[in-house]
Design a protein around this ligand. Structure first.
Ligand code: UD1
Ligand code: UDP
Length: 362
């Protein structure tokens, strides 16, 4: 019997790894779940365990407010005792938790698997791009979501151990949507109607960590709501809320009557909010994928994306945060056809990963 150690720590890792954790729990191997503590607020962390019926981690660590390099260093130090006897360490995505787990595994001579491997924005100013490249260079098993991501790995001379398996974001959606639709009263709670609002999420460091950029984004939000003739529902990430406050932009945000800021949403409420939105405005990776699945048009408030599949099929367009470009894109996306195919798989990513992991452990 082998010992598998899976490391998670942030909202997207919890959501996208929940189906994978459940599939790995079903194998005839020991499966240890570790939470780095990178995200810790109820609405950024615990709520997803409840919403997705995910078991508690076997080891829960604490990071709280630390700069990125200390998030990585502290995670490596804290998790080392758990991974040192692992036959396989599994990390997901592109966060500081991901890169800490990947480095730790290889420094301890352990085998490493990376879920959501090979996606690239080709923008090394993003902390996430650095984290992805490192995890992929170190991994022995690489679970690429699409042929494009596998090609990206090939361009970096990573060809061994690569498996194209779709993205477990789809497994999570398919497994949780019926429960979300049965349980969530989010539309009536917020007093909105299907297609009567735009949904916004916005938290990328490069967008919110400078006052100029965040101020321009507020102008873009106002323009988007005006063009769509609909209000914006904005579950706000704690990083963005903090920056609005620090930069003295609170009153500007409050002054936009069409911008409705709310607490971050639980996963079930979020699925319903996304499915019923007229359009998604975002800089999140996960929302570009999920909106594509729901056939809700997306406008991505960035200059690049590591999800080029969504651009190719027209579900998504890139605009940065220039208000004029955002306005034009909102119009085009609302008026366009919404019948694109979903490029991220059929919801069987987690069992595929579990099967490959089991085969690798023998
Ligand atoms: C991280 C990931 C990003 C991912 C995002 C998902 C990295 C480099 N970035 O960004 O790729 O898209 O998670 O949401 O790992 N905070 C709270 N409560 C929490 C969590 C965070 O208040 O539960 C605040 C803290 O002030 C913290 C700040 O948000 O310092 C940033 O959190 P951090 O985990 O460092 O990065 P994210 O911006 O969340
Ligand atoms: N999400 C959520 N509530 C929110 C915002 C996002 O449940 O208020 C979910 C969203 O549906 C997706 C995931 O969080 O599954 C995306 O995470 P995030 O945007 O934090 O990170 P990214 O995908 O950009 O790394």
């Amino acid at each position: 019997m082998g010992r598998i150690v899976t490391i998670i720590g942030t909202r997207p890792e919890i959501i996208k790894m929940a189906p994978v954790v459940k599939a790995l729990d079903g194998l005839d191997h020991e499966h240890v779940l570790v939470h780095s503590g990178q995200h810790y607020d109820l609405v950024m962390d615990r709520i997803f365990f409840r919403d997705m019926d995910l078991r508690e981690p076997d080891h829960q660590f604490e990071l709280k407010e630390q700069p990125p390099h200390l998030q990585v260093a502290t995670t490596m130090r804290q998790v080392a005792g758990v991974t040192e006897t692992a036959d396989l360490v599994i990390v997901h995505g592109d966060t500081n938790t991901t890169v800490a787990g990947a480095l730790l595994a290889k420094k301890q001579g352990r085998a490493l698997a990376h879920v959501e491997a090979g996606i690239r924005s080709f923008d090394k100013t993003m902390p996430e791009e650095i984290n992805r490249i490192i995890a992929d260079q170190l991994a022995d098993l690489l679970f690429a979501p699409t042929p494009t991501s596998a090609d990206n790995l090939g361009q970096e001379n990573v060809t061994r151990g690569v498996h194209v398996v779709g993205n477990s974001v789809i497994d999570a959606l398919i497994q949780n949507l019926p429960n979300a639709e049965a349980k969530s009263d989010v539309l009536s709670r917020l007093g909105v109607t299907p297609r009567g609002y735009l949904l916004l999420t916005f938290h990328r460091a490069e967008n919110v960590d400078s006052k100029e950029s965040l101020a321009r984004a507020l102008d873009a939000f106002e323009a988007a709501a005006d063009e769509a003739g609909r209000p914006i529902v904005f579950p706000i990430h704690p990083r963005t809320a903090k920056r609005l406050h620090e930069f003295g932009l609170e009153s500007r945000a409050k002054g936009i009557s069409t911008l409705r800021r709310i607490e971050p949403m639980g996963y079930l409420d979020m699925l319903v909010l996304e499915k019923e939105a007229a359009l998604v405005l975002t800089d999140s990776g996960g929302l570009q994928e999920e909106s594509c699945f729901f056939r809700v048009p997306c406008v991505t408030l960035r200059e690049n994306t590591e999800r080029p599949e969504t651009l190719a099929i027209g579900s998504n367009v890139l605009t940065g945060t220039d208000p004029k470009r955002v306005r034009a894109a909102v119009r085009r996306q609302l008026d366009g056809k919404h019948d694109w195919p979903n490029p991220y798989g059929d919801g069987t990513t987690a069992p595929q990963i579990a099967e490959i992991v089991a085969a690798s452990l023998g």
